[in-house]
Design a protein around this ligand. Structure first.
Ligand code: ADP
Ligand code: MG
Length: 334
């Protein structure tokens, strides 16, 4: 069997058994945005790793190196945010083609360090080797949090309300502009491209949600709502109903998608790399939580649907007609 016939997520499931040889300090291994280690007193360690590969995650020569450095850090901080944790330390490894320019690699590290400075994260080590292909960037982030506050993918319960921490689909729109599939004027073009190249990790929002102790599950949107809500549903043994009209899209995306003959909401549903947080709150706490978040929270939040007992994700359109969500989000081999 070829891995492209199996798919990324099926592959991860196929290797996830028989990985633990000691139960000491082990709270959660494969299957969430971070591994959770501890507890040490009331605290736990959070560890996550993600890689960016030239030609797969970014097109060499098209992305300024400083932005690439920022993005490599941001996508990892996002996984710590998705657990409700606080990122603390970072390791960064590179496999570098031998004709790479040192000035560009230094620009890459300027981006890395700018992000680390902003979030109070230390760069503590890594590894450097030669690459026979493109540039390979691997980042590992260590974070921490209170054990009681950590949010997993498997806590969603029927009736819970589903929220996201910002507009969706902007990054997918930026990618379409970047690859020439879409055309756009300024300032919308720059807005959407920035959403793609300079994603913002929702660290503060994740901390706020965790501290509130109102949420039941959380994930970051790296592969699109369709895919990532699917992970929450699968882990929690539930389904979901998404209110299509509630999917939040920016004015910029709405305008440019329309001009290019595409439906912005469809990008909001399936487009990847937005790095918003998606989280669930029990119905009886949702109203209070929403009011508090709107008053004191660090960003906007949007209600996009409800968790259901019945498995599978359905999309509800105007007038109440429902359809099962067919195509999923991004799969590396899909
Ligand atoms: P995310 O999108 O949040 O980074 P992934 O979908 O990449 O999460 O990974 C899901 C889970 O599978 C995580 O717990 C991750 O650590 C684990 N995982 C992914 N690839 C591998 C691998 N090759 N070996 C072991 N664990 C893996
Ligand atoms: Mg994640």
């Amino acid at each position: 069997m070829k891995i492209r016939d199996m798919g990324e997520f099926q592959f991860i499931r196929s290797i996830a058994e028989g990985c633990h040889f000691s139960t000491q300090d082990l709270i959660r291994g494969i299957g969430d945005d971070c591994a959770v280690i501890g507890p040490y007193g009331e605290r736990v360690l959070l560890v996550t790793t993600d890689q960016l590969l030239e030609g797969v995650h970014f097109l060499g020569g098209h992305v300024p190196h400083e932005q690439l450095g920022q993005k490599a850090v941001a996508v990892n901080l996002s996984d710590v945010a998705a657990m409700g944790g606080e990122p603390r330390h970072l390791f960064l490894s590179l496999a570098i083609p031998e004709n790479s320019r040192v000035e560009e690699l230094h620009a890459f590290y300027r981006g890395v360090k700018a992000m680390c400075r902003h979030y109070g994260v230390n760069l503590l080590g890594g590894d450097t080797s030669r690459s026979l292909g493109g540039l390979l960037i691997n980042v590992t982030v260590i974070g921490q949090g209170l054990e009681e506050e950590i949010l997993y993918r498997d806590g969603a319960r029927p009736g819970d309300r589903i929220y996201v921490t910002g507009t969706l689909g902007d990054s997918a729109g930026g990618l379409r502009l970047h690859t020439g599939r879409w055309q756009a004027e300024e300032p919308e073009a720059s807005f959407l491209k920035a959403a793609h190249h300079r994603p913002v990790p929702f660290v503060e929002a994740g901390r706020f949600i965790a501290r509130s102790r109102a949420a039941t599950a959380m994930i970051d949107l790296s592969d699109g709502v369709a895919s990532d809500l699917g992970h929450v549903c699968e882990a929690s043994g539930v389904g979901a109903r998404i209110l299509y009209d509630n999917l939040p899209v920016s004015d910029e995306l709405r305008k440019i998608a329309e001009a290019n003959g595409e439906d912005a909401k469809s990008l909001a549903l399936r487009g990847g790399e937005d790095y918003r947080l998606l989280f669930t709150v029990p119905l009886e706490r949702a109203q209070d939580f929403q009011v508090r978040f709107e008053r004191e929270g660090p960003c906007e939040i949007f209600l996009i649907g409800t968790v259901t007992e019945e498995p599978g994700i359905r999309v509800v359109r105007k007038g109440g007609e429902e359809e099962p969500l067919s195509a999923r989000g991004f799969d590396h081999f899909g």
